[in-house]
Design a protein around this ligand. Structure first.
Ligand SMILES: *Cc1c(COP(=O)(O)O)cnc(C)c1O
Length: 387
C-alpha cells in the first residue's frame, strides 16, 4: 500500500477488511475492555484507553497520509497539542508564529507558561528573526502555515533546516490543520511532528471533534504513546469512525474546495467593494513562491477586507449571506464565514492586530464544496446589503 499515490492512500492506507467478518469499513468497536485467554495473553488489545481497533485503523490511515511511522489520535486538536507539549520541562523555550491559532496560544500561555516554560511569538516568515531567537534553551519550534486568518506562509523546509543545524534538541512541530496532508506533508519537509485538529478538513463534515499527532521520531512516539495511556484524552470509537469516513473523500473535497476558493479569490480581488484579499495563490502574495513549492494547491481559506473598512460593515455583510453560514471553525463541506475581530481574535488589542494586518472589516471564508456560482451570488448579495 505504501507505493500508492495520495488520492488512493486516503482510501486504502492502513485499511484492510476486518479479520472476523470481512467488513470493508472498520467496525465501531464499542468496548472498554478485551477478553484475555490467560493473564497477559490477548490479541493485541487490553483496555480501550490504551488501544481500540477503530482508533488503530484511523491512526494507521493518518500515519500513511502524513508519511509518518506512527499516529496517535486524540479527543480534540487541543488534547493532541497538550500531549505533545508535555515533553517540555521548566526552563525550556518554545518559539512560535505570532499569528497562532487562539486555542494554541491560550494552551501555551495559560497552561504551560505557569510551569516555567517560556513561549516567544515571532514572525517565522523572517528567517533571520528565527536565527536570532534560537538559544541553547530552545526545545521546540511550533509552526502554523498557512496562518489564520491572514494566510501567511512559513517556509517549513527552511525553518526545519535552520533548527536542525542549531541543535538536535530542537523539536520542530507543524500544526497542519489549515492545509491538511492533501496540500502539504511537513514530515517530508523535515519536521519532527505534525499535529492536527481532525475536526476540520480531515473530518470534513463539521460533525466530530478530534485531533492527532503524527511522527516518525522514536522519542516523540514513546512520549506521546505514554501520554495517551497515562492521561487518556482519547477519542471514542464512533468519533474515530466519523473521521475515518470523512478522510475517504479528502482528496475530492479538497480539489473542489480549492477550485472554488481560487474562483472566489480572483472575483473578490476585482470587486469594487473590496479593499484587499489574502490568498497565497496570488503571484503578488508574500508567500506565493514558497506556497507553490511546499503545497500542492493554495487551499480553500480566503480572507479579505471591505472598502468600507469598519466593524459595522463587516457585521452587516455577514448577516446578509444565506449559503455561507456565520460560524467559527473551518474545513467542512459547507462554506463558513466569520469575523475574526469579533469572534476568534476578539481578545487581541486593536492597535496590535492592526499592526499585524488584521483590519476591522477582515472577513474570513472557509470555502466549501457547493456550486461556486451560488457562493459568488451569495457574497454579491452581502455586498448589495452594504448600500
Ligand atoms: C481548530 C484548530 C485547533 C484546535 O483543535 P480542536 O479540535 O478544536 O481542539 C488547533 N489548530 C488549528 C489551526 C485549528 O484550526
Amino acid at each position: 500500500m505504501d507505493s500508492l499515490r495520495f488520492n488512493s492512500l486516503v482510501i486504502h492506507a492502513g485499511q484492510a477488511p476486518e479479520a472476523t467478518s470481512g467488513a470493508v469499513m472498520p467496525p465501531i468497536f464499542q468496548t472498554s475492555t478485551y477478553a484475555q485467554e490467560a493473564p497477559g495473553v490477548h490479541q493485541g488489545h487490553e483496555y480501550a484507553r490504551v488501544t481500540n481497533p477503530t482508533r488503530s485503523a484511523l491512526e494507521a490511515l493518518l500515519a500513511g497520509l502524513e508519511n509518518g511511522t506512527d499516529a496517535m489520535a486524540f479527543a480534540s486538536g487541543c488534547a493532541a497539542m497538550d500531549a505533545l507539549l508535555k515533553i517540555l520541562r521548566p526552563g525550556d523555550e518554545v518559539l512560535s508564529v505570532n499569528d497562532l491559532y487562539g486555542g494554541t496560544f491560550r494552551l501555551m500561555t495559560k497552561v504551560f507558561e505557569p510551569y516555567g516554560i517560556r513561549f516567544r511569538f515571532l514572525d517565522l516568515t523572517d528567517l533571520d528573526a528565527l536565527k536570532a531567537a534560537l538559544t541553547e534553551r530552545t526545545r521546540m519550534v511550533w509552526i502554523e502555515t498557512p496562518t489564520n486568518p491572514l494566510l501567511n506562509i512559513v517556509d517549513i523546509a527552511a525553518v526545519t533546516t535552520i533548527c536542525r543545524a542549531h541543535s538536535p534538541r530542537v523539536i520542530t512541530v507543524v500544526d497542519n490543520t489549515f492545509a491538511s496532508p492533501y496540500l502539504q506533508r511537513p514530515l517530508d519537509l523535515g519536521a519532527h511532528a505534525v499535529v492536527h485538529s481532525t475536526t476540520k478538513y480531515l473530518g470534513g463534515h463539521s460533525d466530530v471533534v478530534g485531533g492527532a499527532v503524527i511522527t516518525s521520531d522514536p522519542e516523540l512516539i514513546e512520549h506521546v504513546r505514554f501520554q495517551v495511556k497515562t492521561t487518556g484524552a482519547v477519542p471514542g470509537p464512533m468519533d474515530c469512525y466519523l473521521v475515518l469516513r470523512g478522510i475517504k473523500t479528502l482528496s475530492v473535497r479538497m480539489e473542489r474546495a480549492c477550485r472554488n476558493a481560487a474562483d472566489l479569490a480572483e472575483w473578490l480581488n476585482n470587486h469594487p467593494d473590496v479593499k484587499s484579499v489574502n490568498w497565497p495563490g496570488f503571484p503578488g502574495h508574500r508567500g506565493h513562491e514558497i506556497a507553490k513549492r511546499q503545497m500542492t494547491d493554495f487551499g480553500a481559506m480566503v480572507s479579505f477586507t471591505l472598502k468600507q473598512d469598519d466593524v459595522p460593515s463587516a457585521h452587516r455583510f455577514m448577516s446578509a449571506t444565506r449559503v455561507f453560514t456565520l460560524a467559527e471553525s473551518l474545513g467542512g463541506v459547507e462554506s463558513l464565514i466569520s469575523h475574526p475581530v469579533s469572534m476568534t481574535h476578539a481578545s487581541i488589542p486593536r492597535e496590535q492586530r492592526l499592526q499585524a494586518g488584521l483590519g476591522d472589516s477582515l472577513i474570513r471564508l472557509s470555502v466549501g464544496i457547493e456550486d461556486v456560482d451560488d457562493l459568488r451570488a451569495d457574497l454579491q448579495r452581502a455586498f448589495d446589503s452594504l448600500r
